[in-house]
Write a protein of this length. Structure first.
Length: 120
């Protein structure tokens, strides 16, 4: 699955070749978001074309933006005053140990790749 800049879903599968023999071949299902093949558009070009075409699917309405800020703005204000309480962690890690406090019971925990590697 590709998201940006070329949105598509591709799936490869093994299918039986026509005929009496049991031979398989790989075939691909390719469902692209847009049919422009001659040139690849970057994200801004695609966005501007959507504006010109009147496609509103990638844009928020004013009331949606307003409500989002009503939710987000108070959080940002608290975070700006309580920076010492925000747990940070290095990029590429599974997060701070304090994230385990989100679970109600002691036997619950985050599931990550390290846990899966230990079980194999």
């Amino acid at each position: 699955m590709n998201l940006q800049p070329s949105e598509c879903i591709r799936m490869e599968m093994q299918v039986k070749q026509p005929g009496l023999e049991l031979r398989a071949e790989t075939t691909r299902l390719d469902a692209s978001y847009c049919g422009i093949n001659q040139t690849q558009l970057d994200a801004y070009e695609a966005l501007l074309l959507d504006v010109i075409d009147g496609d509103h699917s990638l844009f928020l309405r004013y009331d949606e933006v307003s409500w989002a800020w009503k939710v987000v703005d108070p959080i940002l204000k608290v975070w700006s005053m309580e920076r010492d309480f925000i747990q940070t962690y290095p990029s590429g890690t599974w997060g701070p140990p304090e994230a385990d406090r989100l679970f109600a019971r002691q036997d619950q925990r985050w599931r990550n790749m390290l846990d899966e590697d230990e079980n194999t």
